[in-house]
Design a protein around this ligand. Structure first.
Ligand code: KIV
Ligand code: ZN
Length: 509
């Protein structure tokens, strides 16, 4: 068996796509879960892009012990210096520097000739190497580059000290047979290739990201760059769960293993969904809600006789289990603290108190509390953006005779504010009143409700998507009163918008 390294870029390539931005707390929480999942390298962000990105990479670097932490940098001194500043305290810091190698990018974007770009690549690696031994070089748009020129740039990067060379299919253009040939060609042609790990980074524009990554590994690549739920620029990146489960399920054929603890896959996927509010399609491989659901009579008949008939991997192998009853009305603060500790949450007293209060409130109205209930409360309280807006009180009058009216009391930066408004329904009335109080200029693009766990006392989770100045943001709220959940979701989205305004992402790749 040979080992393939898993390089996760959920917090960089994933986070930069519309609707997936996360605040610092959320990124740190996600990074810790990625470490628990067994990811070898976590690309934590692009430090030069903004102060917010820089802080997130710095905090992640200080929070992890096992996984390597990579900071992205263009082939510019300033980017590399900033990346190093952010990752220098990581146990295993990596600088990931890149420049395009395709003539299309050289001519129209960089406006540089091949020799200039080759020199820039080598200089960037040399600079990065002056800070850390672990340097990755990416040849952006590699799959549309002249293969001979690509090989020359890779050779120069390795000569300058790159220990990993990444071959990105930046625009999702290649197909498996062609990509396999390119990797073989690089292996045969670059004279010093044995001094570096070949990595691949595929985008999913033609739905081939996972297939292309697999073809590359079968031809010598030993690092795959991927994201949870396959999120990422445009159609996304190779999905971590797919590539990991391919090597788990087909290890005899591929003779490849990874460091991924597959039983952590489902909870990692769920955490990302909870943080971003963006659900995966039901038929998504490995983590979709239908991925292990068998409907047809013939299939269920076969499964009842022998699981092997229609099941190539078990739900348990990716961590899909029945909802666990976690705690009840009588559980105390200490039990809650212990339960949260086993889930990887080390909480401040303040956050623990908030969670305990909400937990007790919920336990008073809901008979049983499940995993999902607890995780939802934690996501609401611990991961939320710093609150500029806070709900104090809500009163809604509705019915088939009344004009739906909402009276809302809020705090705006600590100042109490109160207003009343009418609408087409109770949610509309509440949203209009909040918009009046906060003076928001955002537009509501999407509103959806789902229930977590079953039963009429289940918590409703509301997701709203807002847009302001072309910036989209998702907010979530959970409560067993749907109107409350809606209001919490809307206020959460407004707080996240505020956060983004204060931490603008200046540069997107
Ligand atoms: O898609 C791409 O080329 C990238 C690079 C920065 C690796 O994301
Ligand atoms: Zn990419």
């Amino acid at each position: 068996m040979e080992r393939v390294k898993i390089f996760d870029t959920t917090l960089r390539d994933g986070e930069q796509s519309p609707g997936f931005s996360m605040n610092i707390n959320e990124k740190v929480r996600m990074a810790k879960q990625l470490e628990k999942l067994g990811v070898d390298i976590i690309e934590a962000g692009f430090p030069v892009a903004s102060q917010g990105d820089f802080e997130a990479v710095r905090m992640i670097s200080q929070s992890l012990k096992k996984s390597h932490v990579a900071g992205l940098a263009r082939a510019h001194d300033k980017d590399i210096e900033r990346a190093w500043e952010a990752i220098q305290h990581a146990h295993h810091p990596r600088i990931h520097t890149f420049i395009s190698t395709s003539d299309i990018h050289l001519t129209h974007q960089l406006r540089k000739n091949r020799e200039e770009v080759l020199q820039m690549a080598a200089a960037a690696v040399t600079k990065a190497k002056s800070y850390t031994d672990d340097v990755e070089f990416s040849a952006m748009d590699a799959t549309r580059s002249d293969p001979d020129y690509l090989c020359q740039v890779l050779e120069a990067a390795i000569e300058a000290g790159a220990t990993t060379v990444n071959i990105p299919d930046t625009v999702g253009y290649t197909i498996p047979v062609e990509f396999a040939e390119l990797i073989s060609y690089i292996k045969r042609t670059v004279p010093n290739i044995d001094r570096a790990v070949i990595s691949v980074h595929c985008h999913n524009d033609l739905g081939l990201a996972t297939a292309n990554s697999l073809a590359a590994v079968l031809n010598g690549a030993r690092q795959v760059e991927c994201t949870i739920n396959g999120i990422g620029e445009r159609a996304g990146n190779t999905s971590l769960e797919e590539i990991a489960m391919i090597f788990y399920t087909r290890k005899e054929y591929a003779q490849i293993e990874t460091s991924i603890t597959t039983q952590e896959i489902y909870s990692t996927s769920k955490l990302l969904t909870r943080i971003t509010g963006v659900r995966v399609q039901p038929n998504k491989a490995i983590v979709g809600s239908n991925a292990f659901a068998h409907e047809s009579g013939i299939h269920t008949d076969g499964l009842l006789k022998d699981k092997n008939t229609y099941e190539i991997m078990t739900p348990e192998s990716v961590g899909v289990t029945k909802s666990n009853l976690v705690m009840g009305k009588h559980s105390g603060r200490h039990a809650l603290k212990e339960e949260l500790k086993t889930r990887g949450y080390e909480l401040s007293e303040e956050n623990l108190n908030k969670i305990f209060t909400r937990f007790k409130e919920l336990a008073d109205t809901k008979k049983d509390l499940y995993d999902e209930d607890l995780e939802t409360i934690v996501a609401e309280i611990v991961l939320r953006a710093p609150d500029r807006y806070k709900l104090i009180n809500l009163n809604v009058v509705t019915g088939n005779f009344a004009i739906p009216t909402a009276t809302i009391q809020m705090e705006v930066e600590g100042e109490p504010k109160k207003d009343v408004g009418m609408g087409d329904g109770p949610v509309d009335a509440a949203f209009k009143t909040i918009a009046k109080i906060t003076g928001t200029k955002s537009t509501l693009l999407k509103y959806s409700v789902e229930s977590i766990t079953g039963g009429t006392d289940a918590q409703g989770v509301v997701t709203v998507r807002l847009e302001e100045n072309s910036q989209q943001i998702v907010g979530r709220g959970a409560h067993n009163d749907i109107i409350m959940a809606s209001v919490l979701a809307y206020i959460n989205a407004l707080n996240r918008l505020e956060y983004i305004k204060q931490n603008p992402i200046k540069t997107r790749l």
